[in-house]
Design a protein around this ligand. Structure first.
Ligand code: FPP
Ligand code: MG
Length: 330
């Protein structure tokens, strides 16, 4: 029987599981072709916080804490964790093409190093590999659920594209975009892990909702960092969301509050990618504070979903991950 009681023990167990996930990830991408292996190694350098695999593993623990160890369940969870990370990597590689981003996680993006054609193909290779790996679990419902998740993710990106440069973007539409492009995948990490760990329907739904709310908070914090972050700390090119006409939450709120003349100044600052002026303008309408408040609202909602779930070290960890999402500066 494995019961995770203290923080040191849980941290060590998590590190061990994430190593297994990393090995599964690398194993799936191994090819008989040297250039494919070189690209796969580059993607491994992209690996950052491993938030999604962490959500899979800890959600599994939250369901199973106190139950007898089950290697078959753990193996499935490790594979799911590698699959969601691979889907996430595929989306980032493609996102950097769309954004013409040069830096990601402190290194050069694939598109800036090797060009768009290679980056698009690498993204395709990763998404195909993710579903190939997922099918090794042998559960058609899981492939179906992840197919639906990935479809939602792409729909979110398409919705975002159709609203490019839309200075009247409603906050509700913004919320719909980020729920699809970010929330749905982190919701799936927790909900599908719960199902693999044989949670009951209500716990599965609660964990899925926790993950979705966490993803919303995460994306809003990402938006805030795009405006106020330090590139050296965040490790990626900042300011491009706006340059590319993607309106981030602080700007959406700001534009809805601004007078016509401030609006005009804002539009010029966005076009010039003048972050200093934008920051000053956004501060004038208190919109950065409003965006932070909205992110906090999602954190509280995420944690609220955990309330009915029985107490465990894993549940406490999920709660602290939610707090950390908006406290991060990277
Ligand atoms: C990050 O947004 C991007 C996403 C969360 C999703 C991107 C998805 C696609 C491009 C669709 C590709 C789909 C497949 C199946 C390969 P961001 O630009 O706000 O975040 P960033 O600051 O990290 O770049
Ligand atoms: Mg981007």
């Amino acid at each position: 029987m494995k019961t995770l009681l203290n923080d040191d023990e849980i941290a060590a167990s998590l590190a061990e599981r994430l190593d297994r996930v990393a090995a599964r990830f690398a194993g799936q991408l191994k090819s008989d072709l040297t250039p494919v292996n070189a690209l796969a190694r580059h993607v491994e350098r992209y690996r950052g916080k491993m938030l999604r695999p962490t959500l899979v593993i800890i959600s599994g623990w939250a369901v199973r804490e106190g139950e007898p160890a089950d290697e078959a369940i753990d193996a499935r969870l490790d594979t799911l964790a590698a699959v969601v990370e691979m889907i996430h990597m595929a989306t980032l590689v493609h996102d950097d093409v769309l954004d013409e981003a040069e830096m990601r996680r402190g290194g050069q993006t694939v598109n800036s190093l090797k060009g768009n054609e290679t980056a698009v193909m690498l993204g395709d290779f990763l998404i195909a590999s993710a579903f190939h790996l997922c099918s090794s679990i042998g559960l058609p419902w899981l492939n179906g659920a992840l197919g639906e998740t990935t479809t939602q993710l792409c729909s979110g990106e398409i919705l975002q594209l159709t609203h490019r440069g839309d200075l009247k973007l409603a906050q509700a539409t913004y919320a719909d975009i980020i729920r699809r492009k970010t929330g749905v995948l982190s919701g799936a990490c927790c909900g599908l892990a719960a199902r693999l760990a044989h949670a009951d329907a209500s716990t599965t739904t609660l964990l899925e909702r926790y993950g979705e709310d966490l993803g919303m908070a995460f994306q809003i914090q990402d938006d805030i960092l795009d405006l106020v972050g330090d590139e050296r700390v965040v490790g990626k090119t900042l300011g491009i969301d706006l340059q590319k006409g993607k309106l981030t939450l602080p700007i959406v709120i700001h534009l809805s509050r601004a007078t016509p003349s401030i609006r005009e100044e804002t539009v010029t600052a966005i076009a010039d990618c003048d972050r200093a002026t934008l920051l000053r303008l956004v501060a004038g309408t208190d919109s950065l504070v409003a965006a932070r408040t909205e992110a906090m609202r999602f954190v509280e909602s995420a944690k609220g979903n955990l309330t009915p779930i029985r107490e465990s070290a894993a549940k406490r960890l999920l709660s602290s991950i939610a707090d950390a999402t908006v406290e991060r500066s990277y």
